[in-house]
Design a protein around this ligand. Structure first.
Ligand SMILES: [Zn+2]
Ligand SMILES: [Zn+2]
Ligand SMILES: [Zn+2]
Length: 236
């Protein structure tokens, strides 16, 4: 849509490195921003990128990868960080028309999970979603947009060509756990701990809650907050 007319985006497409070089980085003194090396001289997952461009803009990266890796064949796709997504590293949404054909993919990447990781993990998560876009736009989607044979084959070609480690998983288990910083502990006999990424206290709106009321009867007390353990005084 309008991305292609956006001056900053089109500039980045023509000069993929210009905006992404961190000239203050230690390793970049020989790489002035007005004379960047050709992007093709480094693998897309070369460790040097962790220093040169540790926090890439996902939209700019999508446009670069589309140009460099996919020869510009992928459609224009809106790619953004999601601050809310905490269960998955990324997602590719498809907007369908009445006959069920995709009329535009969108990619969202989990800021909360990926900001804890290396750049390489963000790149591989983005490429995972870009494979979904490729399969969608070429009408090769596996049934249900699943990680079926077409996805796996494409993924293997990528991993073999670029030395990446794209997987069929949308999660990094530890990080998904790590972002669950809100804890509630049952003060009843079961002493269960409920851990969540968002401040959503256990409530009767949840299916298991009533059963817990009947079998245990305890109350869930907030015991941990993102700003470090905040042991709340229990009402007695
Ligand atoms: Zn699609
Ligand atoms: Zn997937
Ligand atoms: Zn309990």
């Amino acid at each position: 849509m309008s991305e292609w007319n956006n001056p900053s985006t089109s500039n980045n497409l023509e000069n993929p490195n210009l905006s992404t070089f961190n000239t203050e980085g230690e390793n970049s003194q020989n790489l002035p921003a007005d004379n960047p090396p050709a992007d093709r001289s480094y693998s897309i997952i070369d460790p040097i990128w962790e220093t040169l461009d540790p926090n890439p803009d996902p939209q700019i990266l999508y446009n670069q990868f589309n140009k460099i890796i996919f020869g510009g064949t992928l459609p224009t796709v809106d790619v953004k960080w999601s601050n809310r997504m905490t269960r998955s590293t990324g997602v590719c949404y498809h907007s369908l028309n009445k006959s069920g054909d995709c009329i535009g993919c969108r990619i969202r990447l989990s800021k909360k999970i990926l900001e804890l990781r290396r750049r390489k993990d963000m790149v591989e998560s983005l490429l995972h979603e870009m494979i979904h876009v490729l399969l969608c736009s070429t009408n090769n989607m596996d049934p249900g947009d699943d990680h079926g044979p077409n996805f796996r084959l494409t993924m293997e070609v990528f991993n073999n060509s670029f030395g990446t480690n794209i997987t069929i998983s949308h999660t990094f288990y530890e990080e998904v756990e790590a972002v669950k910083r809100h804890w509630w502990e049952c003060d009843g006999p079961c002493q269960n701990v409920v851990k969540r990424a968002t401040n959503r206290a256990p409530s009767s709106k949840e299916r298991w809650f009533r059963e817990h009321e009947q079998t245990c009867g305890g109350s869930f007390i907030k015991t941990s907050e993102p700003e470090g353990p905040a042991r709340k005084r229990r009402r007695t």
